[in-house]
Structures are given as C-alpha cells and as structure tokens.
Write a protein that binds this ligand. Structure first.
Ligand SMILES: Cc1cc2nc3c(=O)[nH]c(=O)nc-3n(C[C@H](O)[C@H](O)[C@H](O)COP(=O)(O)O)c2cc1C
Length: 255
C-alpha cells in the first residue's frame, strides 16, 4: 500500500449530477479529505461516479451471483467497470438523496447489483463513508440502510452522516458547522485508509456466519466431485478460509 497516495471512489445515487445536493456534499467532504492528506504530505486521487451515467440495469433475480459468483449483466452495462474501480480503491463513499423516505432508485439498483458482495465481503480492509441528503426527514433511514449494506460487504465505516436542505440538525447551507463535522470525518477516513479500521459486532458475527457457510460448501464439494460453488470460490480466492475472524483477516493480511 502506497502510504503517500490513496484512491477514493464516490458513488452518488442521484441523477441531478452538477445540481445534485448529494454530489455537492461529497465534493465538500473530498475537499476536507484532501486537506487532511495534504497536511501529512500525501495525496488523494478521487473520482465521483453517478451510476445513472453507466446505465446500470436493475437486478433480474436470476440468482447467478449467489450460485455462480458473477452477474451476467455486468458485461452489458457499466457494472463491471464500477466494481473494478471499487475493488481497486482504498476508500469508498456511498451517497444517496432521500427519495420518498428511502434511498434513491439509482442507489437501490446499485446495491441490488452488488448483493453478491453481501456474502463474499470483498470490501474488508477498505474504509467507507455513507452520506444522505434530504429536505427535512428520513435521512437516518437512508444512512442506516447504507451503513448496513456497506458494512456487511466488509468495509470499515468511519463516517455516516445525513444532511438536510431545509429543516434539520445539520444543514447543507450551514458551511461552518458542516465543514467542522466533515473535517472530523475526513480525519477518521484518512486514518482508516492508513490502517486504523473499525468493525462492529454485527460485522464480526456476519463474517463468522459466512465463514461457517463456506466451510460447509467446501465439505459438500469434497464429497461430491464435480460440484462447484461460485461464491465459495471467491471466498477462497480472497484468502478468507485461513481466518477465524474479521479481525484476524485484517491483522494477518496486514491490510
Ligand atoms: C422524488 C423525490 C422524493 C423526495 N422525497 C423526500 C422525502 O421523503 N423526504 C425528504 O426530506 N426529502 C425528500 N426529497 C428531497 C430530496 O431528498 C433532497 O432535495 C435531496 O437533497 C436531493 O438530492 P439530489 O439533489 O442529490 O438528488 C425528495 C426529492 C425527490 C426528487
């Protein structure tokens, strides 16, 4: 890992692009993150991506990701590219506006297409942040949903923040307060990418359950030659079979 250069991918589930409140919030956060890195003589390479630009198709519920470990749609839209960028990044941000009391359709489609990652946990070792913007309500519904999803994919989430446009505790237009909250988050994000990862009990338990499940599938494969489970192969390729806990993966792999 190059200590002096980190890459961050930001996924914004809004089609408003240049006018997106959520996009603006992410730009402000990235500015703070870049300042944090720069003060330590380091650089952040970042990219803000709007899934709507990549024509991400809705999941068709074929179950191939769960059974075989890949999505047949990935080569037909921008998903292979997005996944590749996320995999190569040191840090990821998932950000969504609140639409009708929930995540935006763009963000939900993206998360559904990443559902295989909820089993294989490829984001272990990566630092993450989740953001939402709302006029006045349900910001928590969105951040807690994204928190759960990104956490179960294995990322260490160091900032989870909803910001309001008209009424609420933290407003997008309240530059001073917003900058101080984001600055604090940026410092933690920077430290996370430097190796200070935080995991909660739910993530540990989830790793444990997946590990047991994949050991079982391994046994079945050994009993019935010819059988091959796609997700189990990914668990193996990621090197997770060697470990008994998430903390052990981090420690031993020296992520
Ligand atoms: C279809 C739609 C539904 C919305 N529903 C809510 C809502 O339930 N609660 C709320 O506080 N704001 C709601 N809003 C306001 C947006 O959450 C808010 O303006 C947000 O900052 C938009 O982000 P964006 O510019 O990145 O798309 C809604 C906006 C749209 C377009």
């Amino acid at each position: 890992m190059d200590k002096n250069k980190k890459s961050v991918i930001v996924l914004v589930g809004s089609s408003a692009e240049k006018n997106s409140n959520t996009g603006k919030l992410c730009v402000t956060f990235l500015d703070e993150l870049k300042k944090s890195a720069y003060s330590q003589g380091s650089l952040i390479q970042s990219e803000i991506l709007y899934p709507s630009d990549w024509n991400i198709m809705p999941c068709r519920s074929c179950g191939t990701c769960f059974r075989k470990g890949f999505c047949p749609l990935d080569q037909k839209d921008g998903m292979a590219m997005l996944k590749n960028k996320i995999r190569k990044s040191d840090g990821i941000i998932f950000a969504s506006p609140v639409y009708a009391a929930a995540v935006s359709g763009d963000m939900k489609i993206l998360v559904d297409r990443l559902a295989g990652w909820l089993h294989t946990m490829p984001l272990i070792g990566k630092t993450a942040g989740v953001f939402s913007t709302a006029d006045s309500n349900n910001g928590d519904a969105v951040t807690s949903y994204l928190n759960k999803m990104v956490g179960l994919m294995g990322a260490s989430i160091v900032i989870s923040q909803n910001v309001f446009i008209h009424f609420g505790t933290l407003l997008l237009k309240d530059d001073e307060l917003l900058n101080s909250v984001l600055k604090e988050g940026a410092v933690k994000f920077w430290e996370g990418m430097g190796g200070k990862l935080e995991y909660n009990l739910e993530q540990e338990e989830y790793f444990h359950i997946q590990n047991l499940r994949f050991h079982k599938l391994l046994e079945i494969e050994q009993q019935y030659p010819g059988l091959s489970f796609g997700e189990k192969r990914i668990w193996e390729e990621q090197g997770y079979f060697k470990y008994n806990s998430l903390q052990e993966v981090i420690r031993e792999k020296n992520i």
